[in-house]
Design a protein around this ligand. Structure first.
Ligand code: ATP
Length: 922
């Protein structure tokens, strides 16, 4: 029911009375939290769904305007910003000036075709990348109708209540209603790099943005603590929306490889232009050819020799890789990562949720003098308690110590259990969820218990702190409950608590219990409490929790490894990639899980405190040998990345927390978790895993290797056709013989080959041994000795073929010059088609059924090119332009035979290659 008056007959926009939640105010920070809630007619239980829907219809989605796509005409114009196209246009104009109208027309037609193809390919690549970006939309934890729900941040409306915690990006402008040790990094908004402490109390109305401590602003990041906030502005009315309408531009399709290619292209263009000028001058001065003919020959040489299709094909190969990776749950945020993935030698990975399922189930509860086993799997609250050596179920309600521990575990806990579509789900942290489930198995009712013992204050769990503390009303006084990593809690306890009487703490015995549980691969948490009658201020601080606690017991929970991780780890090892576990968990648990997964060769585990005692040089010595790093913090992750890079390694690093940012940025490929990961981690990462699964990193590496392979294959294929054509023209001019291929014809070949045949290799599937090779050496040049050899070798073969066919038709068959050229051009194209099949495998033989016929894209383009060549040879229109002539059928037989011979010679060359070229990389 709406509570604001509605205008009966609005006469104009200005006179229409606004509902209170629409009334704009810039002074939310100066209002009391209650006043702000009242102003937006809401409570901390949130809006009802239908009311939220109405407000959404009125305010529109909570979106900032996206940076617009590059308009189509800009993309089209950008195609002409290319040295080769400019040379071609200059040549067309010069031809016009010299009244070579057909040449000028053909050159312009070719320019247009090349530009259009680049235009469409780039457009498709940009779209592919943009659609992937949309997979990374922001989500928000809201309270609506008293229920927590995870919704898309776009659906937030003024009046919504939002919960945020460390690592979250604030989804809209919030007036804080509750805040616990909240600090926000507001650099995105104010430029201030030091995080700001936030509070609930109002601040003066004239406070500047940076001093509005009672607000949390959209786009900023929570670096510590938790809070409940009231949405006061969404979308373009937020502070960040007002400052800038642009969120983030579409990432440029530029990667180091593309830049390297661009650079190489410019150098090549300069070399080729000089060769062309030299050739033209030589022709005029030595052989006395007419200048206009030499000009066209020079243009032909330039056009023929420059691989203009290459950048577009590389872009397509990268975009295809990005798409394939997204299909395998690896979302690329920065394009260069596609290339880097192929040379990864080490994957530093988190354990919980990445190697394991993050589906915790409490298996064991250790009390001061007895132990219980708990049955059941997953989050279904069905299971029983029994002693470890007798499977008969026991009644847990008869053990007050057990109930006390379970009650404490529910109170110092933010998770909730819910059933949706017949599936039990946890809202919140699965570690805490497992405790809720165990308590329900024991017959407790978490909501009732939480109502009876309201919480005054919280010290939120942070990985660095390793514990969480809450303050409650229990039996008329205040009780502090703490749960956390047992080794940490033992340092904070002075004794243990039991209904039979409290006792002194025997740390050694407890450490044995912890060790025994962790060796079974269980994650262990301890629970402790203390009464704090002395605490006047109900606001908890760390000092309150860190001493004088009484230990209640330990909880051991199992988190099974993911099904596909064992296979993925095996793949890594065969691919020369070392998986390394970095976890906040106990060393024993980490080692047990690592063994189950099968990637550990060494018995050695280093813990965070071990690393703290090591110099960077010592750590660099260990990093290549140790596979498990336990009890580590984000700072340790950063040190490990640096240590590995100092040893020349290339690494991927996973992360989810707000503090993982530096390690993710420093790693060669930072990988953030899509589900568990904070927005801060995603921002810092190159790649986001939609399913948080380690196996998806391995799939992405496989794709990365494939993309790089296909780019190498494309280069190895395209360069010889270009060099071959260029050489044919040059040799003919220098030797003073008739050109076997006219400049216009070279233009045709170049276009046909570059945009059809060359493209086929971008679609090649990965080779069977792609994950059995060692990682690629990142410093190895693209055009290494082997590639250069291959380019020169095949270029010479093509030139030989062209001159042989040309001479045979003219001299031995007595054909016309036009007929001989037609034969030479078809030889060049068909020879390239044969070499395309060779190029499917750079070093392995293509002489097998699979090698010859398994690629649909290769054969499709070969058929397409054959069709184009037939049209080029026989249609009067194209004959008129290119000077081609109908070839007798028998000539085709000779050309085909010569192409097959060329194919076989390259296959022979592969078998004679030295072994060192067979496996690229170190
Ligand atoms: P990773 O994801 O890197 O493998 P992790 O998730 O296992 O590490 P953390 O979440 O940093 O590591 O947890 C470290 C330790 O803190 C755990 O072993 C556990 O004992 C304790 N712990 C984990 N979650 C909580 C929590 N919600 N409250 C209290 N203690 C916790």
């Amino acid at each position: 029911m709406r509570r604001w008056p509605r205008a009966s007959a609005p006469t104009s926009r200005d006179t229409k009375p606004k509902p209170p939640w629409q009334a704009p105010t810039d002074k939310w920070h100066a209002l009391d939290a209650e006043q702000a809630l009242a102003r937006l007619t809401t409570t901390t239980s949130g809006l009802a769904e239908d009311e939220a829907g109405r407000r959404l219809a009125c305010h529109g989605p909570n979106l900032l305007q996206r940076a617009a796509f590059r308009p189509w005409w800009q993309r089209l114009l950008a195609q002409f910003n290319n040295i080769l196209i400019l040379i071609l246009i200059a040549a067309a104009l010069a031809s016009l000036g010299m009244r070579h109208y057909p040449d000028a027309g053909a050159i312009l037609a070719v320019v247009l075709v090349i530009a259009l193809i680049g235009f469409f390919q780039e457009g498709k690549a940009e779209q592919a990348i943009e659609s992937i970006r949309n997979m990374l939309t922001l989500r928000a934890n809201v309270v609506r109708g008293g229920q927590r729900a995870l919704i898309s941040a776009e659906a937030l409306v003024p009046g919504d209540i939002v919960m945020v915690e460390s690592g979250d990006r604030i989804p809209a402008d919030l007036r804080l209603v509750q805040a616990s040790q909240l600090r926000a990094d507001e650099a995105a908004l104010t430029g201030e790099s030091v995080p700001v402490d936030k509070q609930v109390a109002p601040v003066p109305g004239d406070a500047v943005l940076a001093d509005r401590y009672s607000m949390a602003f959209a786009g900023t990041i929570v670096v510590q603590g938790t809070a409940l906030g009231l949405v006061v502005a969404t979308g373009r009315t937020t502070q960040i929306g007002r400052i800038s309408e642009m969120l983030r531009g579409v990432e440029k399709l530029r990667t180091p490889l593309l830049r390297q290619l661009d650079h190489a292209g410019r150098v090549l263009a300069a070399v080729i232009l000089s060769a062309a000028v030299f050739m033209a001058l030589f022709g005029i001065m030595v052989h006395g050819y007419p200048a206009s003919e030499m000009f066209m020959a020079a243009v032909g040489l330039a056009v023929a020799a420059i691989p203009e299709g290459l950048p577009a094909i590389v872009t397509i190969a990268l975009a295809l890789g990005v798409q394939a990776m997204a299909g395998k749950n690896a979302i690329i945020r920065r394009l260069p990562a596609v290339e880097t993935l192929g040379s990864i030698s080490t994957i530093f990975t988190d354990k919980t949720g990445t190697l394991t399922r993050n589906e915790m189930t409490v298996r064991t509860i250790r009390l001061p003098n007895r132990e219980y086993a708990v049955t059941g799997t997953g989050f279904a609250p069905e299971g029983r308690f029994h002693t470890p050596d007798a499977p008969e179920p026991l009644d847990p309600t008869r053990d007050s110590d057990l109930l006390n521990l379970l009650k404490a575990s529910i109170l110092c806990n933010d998770a909730e259990l819910a059933k949706a579509q017949e599936q039990w789900q946890i809202h919140g942290d699965p570690t805490e969820g497992a405790m809720v489930v165990a308590a329900i198995k024991a017959g407790l009712d978490p909501p009732t218990l939480r109502r009876h013992h309201p919480r005054f204050s919280t010290i939120p769990f942070e990985s660095e702190r390793r514990y969480m503390g809450t303050l409650h009303a229990v039996d008329g006084h205040r009780r502090l409950i703490v749960k956390g990593a047992p080794d940490r809690l033992l340092e904070m306890c002075i004794g243990f608590r039991s209904v039979d009487g409290d006792g002194p703490l025997n740390a050694e015995t407890w450490h044995e219990h912890i060790q025994a549980l962790s060796e079974q691969g269980l994650r262990v948490l301890a629970l402790a409490e203390r009464d704090v009658a002395d605490l006047d201020d109900p606001q908890l601080e760390e000092g309150h929790a860190e001493n004088g606690l009484m230990l209640l017991g330990l909880v051991g929970m199992y988190d099974p490894p993911r099904d596909d991780v064992v296979e993925a780890v095996a793949q890594c090892l065969s691919a020369g990639i070392r998986p390394v576990m970095i976890t906040g968990d106990h060393a024993g648990t980490a080692l047990a899980i690592a063994r189950q997964i099968g990637f550990v060769h060494t018995r050695r585990v280093l813990t965070g405190s071990d690393m703290d005692c090591m110099s960077d040089a010592d750590l660099a010595n260990c990093v290549m040998e140790v596979d498990v790093f336990a009890r580590s913090t984000p700072e340790h992750k950063l040190r490990l990345v640096e240590a590995l890079q100092a040893c020349g390694g290339v690494c991927a690093m996973t992360g989810d927390g707000v503090n993982d940012g530096p390690a993710l940025k420093r790693a060669d490929v930072g990988v953030a978790m899509g589900i568990q990961g904070t927005d801060a981690a995603k921002d810092a990462a190159e790649m986001v895993l939609a399913d948080d699964n380690f196996a998806s990193i391995v799939s992405a590496i496989r794709e990365g290797r494939k993309v790089y392979d296909n780019i190498r294959k494309t280069i190895a294929f395209l360069l010889p056709t270009n060099v071959g054509q260029g050489l044919s023209i040059m040799v003919a001019v220098l030797a003073g013989i008739t050109l076997p291929v006219t400049p216009l014809q070279a233009l045709w070949v170049n276009m046909v080959v570059a945009v059809t045949l060359g493209l086929a290799l971008a679609f090649e599937p990965p080779e069977a041994d792609i994950m059995r090779r060692r990682p690629r050496d990142p410093s190895a040049p693209l055009l290494d000795g082997f590639m250069l050899w291959r380019v020169v070798f095949v270029s010479l073969l093509l030139v030989t073929g062209v001159f042989a066919i040309f001479t045979w038709i003219m001299v031995y068959e007595g054909g016309s010059e036009a007929l001989a050229r037609t034969g030479a051009v078809n030889m060049l194209v068909m020879g390239s088609a044969g070499y395309l099949i060779n190029s499917r495998f750079l070093t392995r033989s293509a002489l097998s059924l699979q090698g010859l016929f398994s690629s649909a894209s290769v054969w499709l383009t070969i058929f397409l090119v054959t069709g184009l060549q037939v049209a080029w040879t026989y249609t009067p229109f194209l004959q008129g332009i290119f000077g081609s002539e109908g070839l007798p059928l028998s000539y085709w037989g000779v050309i085909l035979g010569a192409s097959i011979v060329l194919f076989l010679i390259v296959e022979l060359e592969k078998t004679l290659l030295p072994d060192s070229t067979v496996e690229p990389g170190p």
